[in-house]
Design a protein around this ligand. Structure first.
Ligand code: GLC
Length: 799
């Protein structure tokens, strides 16, 4: 890795005056006298791509990050040739390009500066590298804040920090440690209530400085490659994240069981142990949908093999686990053991699929199986082969999901922790070194795994998990935050990492609940479960070195608390599935940091702990031992304390009670929260009703519930059910309107509405303008109504 200070440099070079301009439809080219070309592309009115060439030459335009489904198209594009600058106007933005130095300034249509170059594009002719290091520097606006950047273990607001994106196996990483497992070079800037985003799509090691070195400058640069970034304008953060997510893609809907609770350990073996764990979940009535087999299920860590002593008949075992509602997930690593008698090794050798050093021989590195070679997943033929390797495991043995680990790639016993930088890669025909391919290596591996699982689990949906990722990896799989530690600080880290990943387009995220390294005590485990059930991916995993980490490993009190919260997760499954639907459909993060939720409230700009789960539930983990509660910020508006139904007015910090059996949870007033009955696993029970928790509001609020078969692809043909609810409350009335879309008939037609905070006693009920007998709707007490018929309007009248 090259740092700006270590190397011999000729010094920075800067573009000088523009001598040529040309336009090709949505692309504008500005050429300077000293050979810099800025290619500016208008993708949407508020999404602009900036690409710079030096010495008049662009590199071939290719990126793994960009989705095939990106929306393109704008309403207007005008270019004015001014005296000192070119002015480009879209229906959302004005972009000024300085004729003397190529500097860029972007304003909204009112003229407020959103983003402007400080030095702007410049480059260093780096003699050590033997090429150019491209750089960009921007003005930090007053009170500007920065968010996003993937899995950084730092305060949600990155102002004053530096970041490095180089995917790294960072065992037992610490707070603020860099770099970590993922490279997501995307950030959101916020100032003057305007949000914008920048995605530096460069797969080399990238660096960001958020007003750290100089207070008024934010800059980014890379160890090679082009200055190539996308600019997204909000003004709302949601619009920025939506646009970035649209550009880099979203996953398909997962099977619903993937959103249940998962249990893992390094490692459960032999078969008897796996069964014993699964049976204990059922015996203790703790819901669980999946159990993981870590590397020890393999024969000497050879991928795609089984240790026949530990697992004599995997197909039977997988089936028997399935009969008690467990899905089996297996681990697959990239390193292929060097072994002439091993079929995967043979096939890769015969087909020339392994990565090579620049001088010719294969790259070798040590991982679990000892010396390994590494398939070049950036070669499409290798990906196709790799996808097909899953045939037996998935189609024949019946394994339900795969977990790709060590795909940075992680290499043992070398200081770099990874492959040599001279290793060659195909990069889909754009041959390059590991310097460029490193950050996408794991992504391309998991992409191939996804293709394989998609093919062999069909007509069901695949489930894949990755550790390493580059921007866009969210299209293929869920991810976890890697090898964390069982400490209170890591509980804090898990919370910010999950929020940050969601802000960076990657919502299907979770941490190793309880911590991977070392051993939590019961209290820490319970507090981590309380947070973990609110993460999109919810799995306990541990290194197993220090003892057990199952829900029952910490005594009865903790077991009961853990059960209660996993049960809550299962009740909330329709809410979580709807969150996922919105993520897939609208690109909206499943978890929202408070600043995302209410950017106009400057009190949210530096909050780290509280977040919104979906759109309407506020959660704040307890992150200290012996706490009976905590202080937390409640965002503006009125919120119901989930445990007491007490209504609080937000906009302030408050003390919230939360002994060891509670976590602060608040529901937004007016929300309608769907719930299933508790099941031991997804699909255990035939669903006969949907419970709706209706939180009264004097005013209006919208909610929705998305349903489909929870499996398969019929939903893509319209077989889904989308119920949109509009709640309107007045002092003595409450109206709930329902609008339905999609052709899927839910297994239940009964809705059980549980009213919270109704300020009146129900005297009269009308369904679709017809009065209904209070008895016939089963009015239980004052606030629980069962309705077994479709309705478009429910009207309650109070006395
Ligand atoms: C890595 C993974 C961890 C796994 C272990 C053994 O450390 O991050 O989750 O248990 O390897 O496979």
């Amino acid at each position: 890795m090259i740092t700006t200070t270590q190397v011999q440099k000729k010094g920075n070079q800067f573009p000088n005056e523009i001598v040529d301009f040309k336009q090709e439809r949505d692309r504008l080219y500005f050429t300077t006298k000293n050979g810099v070309i800025l290619e500016l592309t208008v993708l949407r009115d508020s999404v602009i791509r900036f690409r710079y060439a030096t010495e008049y030459v662009f590199e071939p335009d290719f990126s793994y990050a960009i989705s095939d489904d990106v929306s393109l198209g704008f309403n207007s594009l005008e270019v004015e040739d001014g005296k000192l600058e070119y002015l480009i106007t879209t229906s959302k933005l004005r972009i000024y390009i300085n004729k003397g130095n190529l500097k860029v300034k972007i304003t909204d249509l009112e003229g407020t500066i959103i983003n402007e170059d400080e030095t702007g594009f410049h480059w260093e002719e780096n003699f050590d590298y033997g090429g150019n290091i491209v750089k960009m520097s921007k003005v930090t606006q007053s009170a500007e804040s920065y968010y996003g950047m993937g899995d950084k273990a730092s305060h949600t607001n990155l102002k004053g920090k530096r970041a490095n994106n180089w995917v790294t196996d960072q065992y037992a990483f610490g707070k603020d440690q860099e770099p970590l497992y993922k490279a997501i070079p995307f950030y959101v800037g916020l100032h003057n209530d305007l949000a914008y985003g920048i995605f530096f799509d460069n797969s080399f090691s990238t660096y960001f400085d958020f007003a750290h070195e100089r207070r008024n400058v934010t800059s980014f640069w890379a160890d090679g490659g082009e200055m190539n970034y996308y600019f997204f304008f909000g003004p709302k953060m949601s619009q920025v994240v939506e646009a970035y997510t649209n550009l880099t893609g979203v996953p398909e809907l997962p099977p619903l069981w993937a959103l249940g609770f998962h249990q893992s350990k390094w490692s459960y073996f032999p078969e008897k142990k796996v069964k014993q764990i699964a049976n204990t979940f059922r015996k203790l009535k703790i819901p669980c949908d999946a159990i993981y087999l870590d590397i020890d299920y393999m024969d000497g860590f050879r991928c795609f093999t089984w240790d026949n002593r530990r697992f004599p008949d995997p197909k039977r075992m997988v089936k028997e686990l399935e009969e008690i509602g467990f899905k089996t997930i297996t681990m697959i690593d990239p390193g292929i053991k060097i072994d002439r008698d091993y079929w995967v090794y043979q096939e890769a050798m015969e087909n020339d699929y392994f990565c090579k050093r620049a001088d010719g021989p294969h790259f070798k590195g040590k991982v679990w199986p000892g010396e390994c070679k590494f398939p070049d997943f950036t070669n499409p033929a290798v990906r196709e082969w790799w996808a097909d390797l899953y045939k037996e495991m998935i189609a024949d043995v019946g394994v339900h999901g795969v977990w790709n680990d060590m795909n940075e790639p992680a290499i043992m016993d070398v200081p770099s922790k990874t492959a040599n930088l001279d290793v060659r890669h195909d990069y889909d025909g754009h041959r390059c070194s590991h310097r460029k391919a490193h950050n996408v290596y794991g992504m391309q591996m998991v992409r191939a795994t996804f293709e394989g699982l998609k093919k062999y689990t069909f007509p069901k949906r695949p489930f894949v998990l990755t550790r390493a990722a580059y921007s866009g990896t969210q299209r293929y799989c869920a991810t976890w935050t890697g090898d964390n530690v069982a400490t209170w600080e890591h509980l804090w880290i898990a919370n910010v990492q999950a929020q940050r990943m969601c802000m960076s387009g990657y919502s299907f995220i979770g941490s190793d609940i309880g911590g991977f390294a070392e051993q939590p005590n019961g209290e820490l485990f319970a507090r981590w479960i309380q947070l973990g059930i609110f993460h999109p991916f919810c799995r306990v995993h541990s290194s197993g070195d220090h003892g057990d980490q199952e829900p029952w490993s910490f005594g009865k009190e903790i077991t009961d608390i853990v059960r209660k919260f996993i049960e809550l997760r299962y009740e909330l499954l329709p809410y979580i599935y709807t969150m996922f639907y919105k993520y897939v459909n609208d690109g909206l993060p499943m978890l929202k940091s408070l600043v995302f939720y209410d950017q106009e409230d400057s009190q949210t700009h530096f909050r780290t702990d509280e977040f919104i789960f979906g759109d309407q539930i506020l959660v704040c983990p307890v992150q200290e031992p012996n706490a009976q509660g905590r202080r937390m910020y409640i965002p503006r508006g009125k919120w119901y304390n989930y445990w007491t139904d007490e209504v609080v007015e937000g906009g302030d910090e408050k003390w919230v009670a939360a002994g060891i059996d509670k976590i602060p949870i608040f529901v937004k007033e007016g929300a309608i929260v769907p719930k299933y009955p508790v099941q031991q696993y997804v699909g255990e029970k035939e669903l006969t009703e949907l419970k709706l928790d209706v939180y009264y509001k004097d005013g209006t609020e919208n909610s929705m519930v998305y349903e489909d078969q929870h499996e398969g692809y019929d939903y893509k043909k319209g077989r889904f059910s989308l119920r949109k609810f509009r709640l309107r409350g007045k002092p003595k009335e409450l109206i709930v309107q329902q609008f339905k879309d999609g052709s899927y008939i839910t297994p239940y037609n009964k809705l059980r509405l549980q009213f919270h905070g109704l300020p009146f006693t129900i005297k009269k009920i009308e369904l679709d303008n017809e009065k209904v007998d209070l008895k016939s709707v089963k009015l239980n007490g004052n606030n629980n109504i069962e309705i077994s018929k479709d309705f478009t309007e429910l009207h309650l009248f109070g006395a």
